[in-house]
Design a protein around this ligand. Structure first.
Ligand code: G3P
Ligand code: CA
Length: 240
């Protein structure tokens, strides 16, 4: 089982921050997953929600803030203060040395609610500037966006997101250009035989910082039997 840090080490540190990524990068994991949205002035920033309300003291949609305005916000954190919303460029600056040594990065384009125009071109250009194509996996819930991305970049790996693995499979067969399936870990509704040969990276909806860890640990061997090859975990460091 290959283990990825979901939004960085997001149980012990604030999600999608440079701190959470740094902690994940030094841990010997398969890779890190993060989410990107786009600002009013077209900058790619790393934040999960379309709005800033849940993770910062601000209020409103990311797309209505300029980068300068977003940078004035603070990520909620009691024992880990000083974190701000990172740009995708800042995340790549931090992670490039680790990625050159083999760490992978799953960049989830958060464009199924707002189909940010030009997002695909921008992220492909940025990853290309760092020469990290071989270490990146793009993903999105939007099959249309992935098709667009595949038209721009024919090589980099793509994973299609949905809840049920059967829906991922359906989108994959529909021609979104993905090689991998990214379903919810409890929605594996096809047999392992049907999934054989596919990379199945399952995400886990666990608790996030600053909630306390649940103390539960997944049975990775049982998940492997279901055909899951990789898992995205909020507390990946517990499994190393
Ligand atoms: O990419 C897997 C997973 O992150 C998708 O769900 O809501 O955590 O972005 P979400
Ligand atoms: Ca995500």
């Amino acid at each position: 089982m290959k283990i990825w840090a979901h939004r960085g080490c997001s149980q012990m540190y604030p999600e999608n921050t440079l701190l959470a990524f740094e902690k994940a990068a030094i841990g010997g994991l398969e890779g890190i997953e993060l989410d990107i949205q786009m600002t009013k002035d077209g900058e790619l920033v790393v934040i999960h929600d379309e709005r800033v309300d849940r993770t910062t003291e601000g209020s409103g949609f990311v797309r209505d803030f300029t980068l300068a305005q977003l940078k004035r916000l603070h990520i909620y954190a009691d024992v880990h203060p000083g974190q701000e919303i990172p740009t995708m460029k800042e995340a790549l600056e931090l992670l490039t040395p680790f990625m050159r040594k083999g760490l992978r990065l799953n960049i989830e384009l958060k464009n199924s609610v707002y189909p940010y125009e030009g997002m695909e071109e921008k992220i492909v250009d940025l990853v290309g500037m760092y020469g990290l194509e071989k270490n990146v996996v793009y993903s999105s819930f939007s099959a249309l966006s992935l098709e667009r991305l595949r038209g721009i970049d024919s090589q980099t790996e793509i994973g299609i997101l949905d809840t049920r693995v059967s829906d991922c499979f359906y989108k994959l067969k529909g021609g979104c250009g993905a090689q991998a399936l990214h379903p919810y870990w409890q929605a594996i509704d096809l047999s392992a035989e049907r999934l054989q040969g596919y990379t199945v990276r399952a995400y886990f909806g666990g608790h996030l910082y600053p909630e306390k860890p649940t103390g539960t640990k997944l049975d990775l061997a049982a998940l492997e039997k279901k055909g899951i090859t990789d898992v995205f975990l909020n507390e990946p460091e517990r499994y190393l």
